[in-house]
Write a protein that binds this ligand. Sequence first.
Ligand SMILES: *Cc1c(COP(=O)(O)O)cnc(C)c1O
Length: 407
Amino acid sequence: MKQKVIPYGRPWVDEQDVAAAVEVLHSEWLTTGPKVVEFEQAVAAYVGVQAAVAVSSGTAALHAAMDAIGVKAGDEVIVPALTFVATANAVVYQGGRPVFADIDPETLLLAPEEVEKKISPRTKAVIAVDYAGQPCDYDALRDIARRAGIFLVADACHSLGAEYHGRRVGSLADLTVFSFHPVKHITSGEGGMVVTDDPELAARMRRFRNHGLDSDHHQRFREGTWRYEMVELGYNYRLSDLQCALGMSQLRRLPEFLARRREVARRYDLAFEGLPALSRPRVREGVSHAYHLYVILLNLEVGGRGRDEIFQDLRAAGLGVNVHYLPVYRHTYYQSRFAIPGGVCPLAEAAYERLLTLPLYPAMSEAEVERVIMIVREILDPGLAPAQRYLVSLTAHDEAMRVCAEK
Ligand SMILES: *Cc1c(COP(=O)(O)O)cnc(C)c1O
């Protein structure tokens, strides 16, 4: 019997979520109504900041953040090499130049000392990316940003719900960006949000998402006026009430989603411990990882096979494994537009050659978790006899159950 492929990520929309969206469909406001404000306030309260601005995607949120801090032609913004292209694209939308900084080879997070090396008189900001869901070293990054007089922006599209020294991601940078794409922690179909404690930046982003107008439809309705002024160039980056209602309903389920992601990650950690063919990125002390992705680093010298071969074998065995990411500057567009020399971030390049993302999502069944563990062990450690493999897997399961029971 052919089993279904286990994807690397998948949304989990339940009947409650559906009912929340249907309620809006029967209401007066399909967009720019009360659900937008409700969702914004709920996310702001959850992460512990004053203001949140909902927009149509995480990418739009990054763009709004770059506009709010005034990134323009000739400005440089430091971004990690190991991230999704959208992080750097947001800088380019504004006519700025992304400057790529290398990562810490153990955590795979933006390395503060590498950021420091890339600061120039043109640097406007640094965008920290909480790769895979682990918060960056915000104390060090904040310190560097303060000394250099630049903005610290967090691309937290992987890390909603993560904590750093007891503080939630969202309250650690000048501006923090989230995505509600279906593979992320919570979804609104498509969607994004920027959170900040600066009311002026928030006001700018509210205009930016609505054509640069000084008021929105809901405000004018309440105030009984038709008049609006376009005070600067903006976009239509609005998030609808329909989407915000879904997002709001998903946000209520976030604690449950996070707990399950962490539980599955713990199961993998235990099952793969001591497997010579792979390593795990280090999780630093004092952080709570949100596990958007479960990433492994292949020890290629052990198996004698390359990452792409292993990738193919895992895919053929029914695991929807993935690779996050090709260093951004190696994409054709960045090569031709910015002519960045190969190897500017050697640690990100070296990590990229060994990276694999395993399936991880909150709706994963026990059987699916078990299947991932078995297949990974089988393909990465072909020397292990099947019976032994089964025992190792059961031991990991028992250990995880014990750890969960102790909590
Ligand atoms: C998902 C993601 C984005 C973009 O979010 P969208 O909602 O898909 O536009 C940006 N940066 C990172 C690191 C992401 O993972």
